[in-house]
Structures are given as structure tokens and as C-alpha cells.
Design a protein around this ligand. Structure first.
Ligand code: FCB
Length: 478
């Protein structure tokens, strides 16, 4: 993503593991509950490469990245980290990190090259081998079914703005679970539907690169519907843990003026509540529906959809990177992610930033987790992504001394721990990312990995932050 895209527990839905988490006196006393999940995350198009191998069909990201001007430097995911071939080495790195879980996504077009119909056996076999190899090394697979690489054939048929895509997604999900469900416990339907809908269809910074505000709103609904249909199908087939991952930001007004507070309310609606409310309350927020009424009607929301969308979850994945501070401004006319609220301006606070230009704000993670927990009847939470890009360098002795990343993670782990001590049922934490990889529209220019990748030679080097993370996972604390 680029920068401009950007009490007591009330839940009764689960047992709280956190009641016994004591507040630490200093960082060295930060200890996580027994069984806390430590992991790393990747996504298929960002790491796999091998885009034309073993019957994989094209995805919207292949088309988009091969369209001149869409991705910085003309980079594509054609080779990426070559994880498709090098996964055994990457699993060894995971074992070195001491992680218990690996969160990765399946490329839908590897499994259904056209997005429908018979499964491509070779594609399923790849994931089957990956899962087996993980389990052999004591790492649990955590599968995301959709991390943005829609089969191109489905986009050609209209993509997520079309209801049929939701049905196709549920079919794909059910078919895959039948093949891998004997070994995979955790199923995440979607990663960050906000990005799929609003970066893909509103400001066009992500594939498929369309700039149609109303289509983006319909896409958001059909992503949610696809999630709900898939969740029901997976459950019926006996999937153990079914959830979804959303990217959440606290949204603050720049000043206390009524106009700025209203801007914050609107962006919070378009960013956070547009997904949290249907998923956890079975309804879209009234104020959001009103805000969008001049842009798009509600014909695409059929009777019964919200009941499907609010199918109970076993977990909610939260991806956290930063906070938004906003003020009422003036419309620019450029395609905006903020459908119907194009006038809102995003303000920097002058905090230190990552290489993405995202302000570093660990308190925002604490606030996000406690907000979800207090305001919604939420299932157990996992931080399914958090991490940082910095301009890493390999020194002549072959090391990557990435102290800024280590410190970033430490501060965010401590913030998550604070939420635990306040009663939030947080069960795990996945660092984004295992490997430096294809950072979407920014290509290979941004490095998020705990492992440095030389994209010429594919040589991997565990960064200093990775060595430190291995100590955290082993100590289950800081
Ligand atoms: C998230 C995406 C992930 C990665 C990080 C930096 O929005 O889910 O693929 O690009 O941002």
C-alpha cells in the first residue's frame, strides 16, 4: 500500500486467555500467554514467481504489473522470491526463526486457472507439498484463500463488482478445503478486502486498476458476501478455524472542529466500520450508507446477504501499520480511495516514518485491538500482519543490521501485550514479512522481510531483526 491509501472486555464469544497476563514493569518482563502463536506472513503473488508454470492461469496482478506505468520500475511478480521452487529453504529459515505458524496465501489461478470449474491438479499439489513440508518441520500452515490475485478470467467477467465473483470464490474455497483440510486447521477467507475494493476499483493503484467509485462499493459488498458464503461452506465441510483479515487504522481528527471530526467519522466508516459492522453486527453503519447514498444505491445488497456475511467467526485477523489523521479539505478531482469523501485530507504528525512514509505509531495498535474488543462482540483476535519497510543494506561482512525494524517490532509487540493485560483476547502475532518481496505497486523497492533477499541471485540472509525475533519466539516474550 502507498501512504495516501491509506475498560473491560465486552465480548462473550470466547474464553479469555488473557486474564492472567500481568502488566510488566519493563520490557524484559513482557511475557505472552502460553500457546501464543508467533508467525510470519507472505502472499502468493508477492513471493512465489513461477507465474506460467504447472498450469497456473493469469491473475489480475500479472496483467496489471505487465501494464506499463502501473508498477514502479516496471517490476513484476514473474520471479519474485522464487518461493515456488525455494520453499524448502524458506521453511528452514522459518524453523530457524522458531515460529509456530506460517501464514501464506493460495494463488486462486494456480488452483482454478479460469476461476471456475475443475481444479488444476498440479497447482493443488504444490500447496499440498508446501503444507506437508511445513508440518514436517513443526510449522503449522495458516492458509489465506485470497490475497488479491483474482483469476483474470473473473475480472474479464466483471470482477468483484459482480455478484457472481462471490459465488465463484465460495466454490473455490470449498474445493480447496476438501483437498487440504485434512492438514490445515486455520482458514482465512480474505486478506484486507479494503485494498481489493478501494485500491483495486476506486483509485486504481492496485490491480485491476479501475477508477470507478460505485464499483468499488459494490466490490466491497461482494467481497464480504464471498467471505460469508465461503465461511459457511468451509464450516459445513468441517473446517476447524475460519476467519477473515481486515486492515484497520485508528482515525483521528486533526483538530476538534466539527468539520474535522466529521471527516474522521467518514473515513473511519469507509476504512474500518464498512467491514467490521457487517461482519460482527450484521449491518452496514447507517451513517456510512447515508454518506454513500449520492454515489451508489443499495440494490446490490440482497435480502439475506448480511446474515451470510455475519456468519460467526472463529477468529478475526487484524493487520496494523499506522494511524490516519484527517481534516476536512477540498476535493482534488483525482481518483480517490475515499469514495464520496474525496475532500478529506490526510495529515502527517511529524513522527518518524518507515520507508513507506507511514508514521510509526505503536499506540495505534493498542488502540485498534482494544477498540475492536470493546466496541464489538469479537471472536479471538490475531495480529495477522505488522512490520516495516526500511532501506536495508548488506554490509561487507554479509549482515543486515536493521535496528530500526527490530525496534519497530519490539514497540509494537509491547503495545499488543498492553492490550492483552487489559483483557483483549489476542492469540497470536504474524510479522510481515518472512521475506523481502514484491510490494505491489512499489515493486521490489520496499523491503519488509526478516530475511533479506538478493533479487538477482535469490540469496537469503537472516537480518538482525530475524535473529532477534527468534529470541522472542523462544522466550515467548521480550
Ligand atoms: C498489506 C498487505 C501485504 C503487504 C503489506 C505491507 O496491506 O496485506 O501484502 O503489502 O501491506
Amino acid at each position: 500500500m502507498t501512504s495516501d491509501q491509506q475498560s473491560s472486555a465486552s465480548s462473550t464469544s470466547s474464553t479469555t486467555t488473557s486474564a492472567t497476563v500481568a502488566a510488566p514493569r519493563d520490557l524484559s518482563e513482557v511475557r505472552f500467554p502460553e500457546g501464543f502463536v508467533w508467525g510470519t506472513a507472505t502472499a502468493s503473488y508477492q513471493v512465489e514467481g513461477a507465474v506460467a508454470e504447472d498450469g497456473r492461469g493469469p491473475s489480475i496482478w500479472d496483467t496489471f504489473s505487465h501494464t506499463p506505468g502501473k508498477v514502479l520500475g516496471g517490476d513484476t511478480g514473474d520471479v519474485a522470491d522464487d518461493h515456488y521452487h525455494r520453499y524448502p529453504e524458506d521453511i528452514s529459515l522459518m524453523a530457524d526463526l522458531g515460529i509456530s505458524h506460517y501464514r501464506f496465501s493460495l494463488a486462486w489461478p494456480r488452483i482454478q486457472p479460469e476461476g471456475r470449474g475443475q481444479l488444476n491438479g498440479a497447482g493443488v499439489d504444490f500447496y499440498s507439498r508446501l503444507v506437508d513440508s511445513l508440518l514436517e518441520r513443526g510449522v503449522q500452515p495458516w492458509v489465506t484463500l485470497y490475497h488479491w490475485d483474482l483469476p483474470q478470467a473473473l475480472e474479464d467477467a466483471g470482477g468483484w463488482p459482480e455478484r457472481d465473483t462471490a459465488e465463484r470464490f465460495a466454490e473455490y474455497a470449498a474445493a480447496v478445503q476438501q483437498r487440504l483440510g485434512d492438514r490445515v486447521t486455520n482458514w482465512t477467507t480474505l486478506n484486507e478486502p479494503w485494498c481489493s475494493a478501494f485500491l483495486g476499483y476506486a483509485n486504481g493503484v492496485h490491480a485491476p486498476g479501475r477508477t470507478e467509485g460505485p464499483a468499488a462499493v459494490r466490490a466491497a459488498h461482494h467481497l464480504l458476501l464471498g467471505h460469508g458464503l465461503a465461511a459457511r461452506a468451509l464450516r459445513e465441510q468441517g473446517a476447524e478455524e475460519v476467519g477473515i483479515t481486515v486492515n484497520l487504522y485508528p482515525v483521528d481528527p486533526a483538530t476538534d472542529s466539527a468539520a474535522d471530526r466529521d471527516a474522521a467519522r467518514r473515513i473511519d466508516g469507509l476504512m474500518n466500520r464498512v467491514f467490521l459492522d457487517p461482519l460482527l453486527r450484521g449491518a452496514y453503519p447507517d451513517d456510512l450508507v447515508k454518506d454513500l447514498s449520492s454515489v451508489v444505491g443499495t440494490d446490490h445488497v440482497h435480502e439475506g446477504d448480511l446474515a451470510v456475511i455475519s456468519t460467526p467467526l472463529d477468529f478475526l485477523g487484524v493487520n496494523y501499520y499506522s494511524r490516519h489523521v484527517v481534516r476536512a479539505g477540498t476535493a482534488t478531482g483525482a481518483p480517490s480511495t475515499w469514495v464520496g469523501s474525496e475532500d478529506v485530507e490526510f495529515v502527517k504528525r511529524g513522527l518518524p516514518q518507515t520507508a513507506m512514509g507511514w508514521e510509526i505509531d505503536p499506540d495505534g495498535l493498542h488502540e485498534t485491538l482494544t477498540r475492536v474488543w470493546r466496541e464489538y462482540d469479537a471472536p479471538p483476535l490475531y495480529v495477522t500482519e505488522n512490520g516495516a519497510a526500511f532501506d536495508d543494506e548488506v554490509t561487507p561482512d554479509g549482515r543486515v543490521r536493521d535496528e530500526p525494524r527490530r525496534s519497530y517490532l519490539e514497540r509494537h509487540f509491547a503495545a499488543a501485550h498492553r492490550a492483552l493485560t487489559e483483557g483483549v483476547d489476542l492469540r497470536g502475532y504474524f510479522v510481515w514479512s518472512l521475506l523481502d518481496n514484491f510490494e505491489w505497486a512499489l515493486g521490489y523497492s520496499k523491503r519488509f522481510g526478516l530475511v533479506h533477499v538478493d533479487f538477482e541471485t535469490q540469496r537469503r540472509i537472516l537480518k538482525d531483526s530475524g535473529h532477534w525475533y527468534a529470541e522472542v519466539t523462544r522466550a515467548n516474550g521480550l
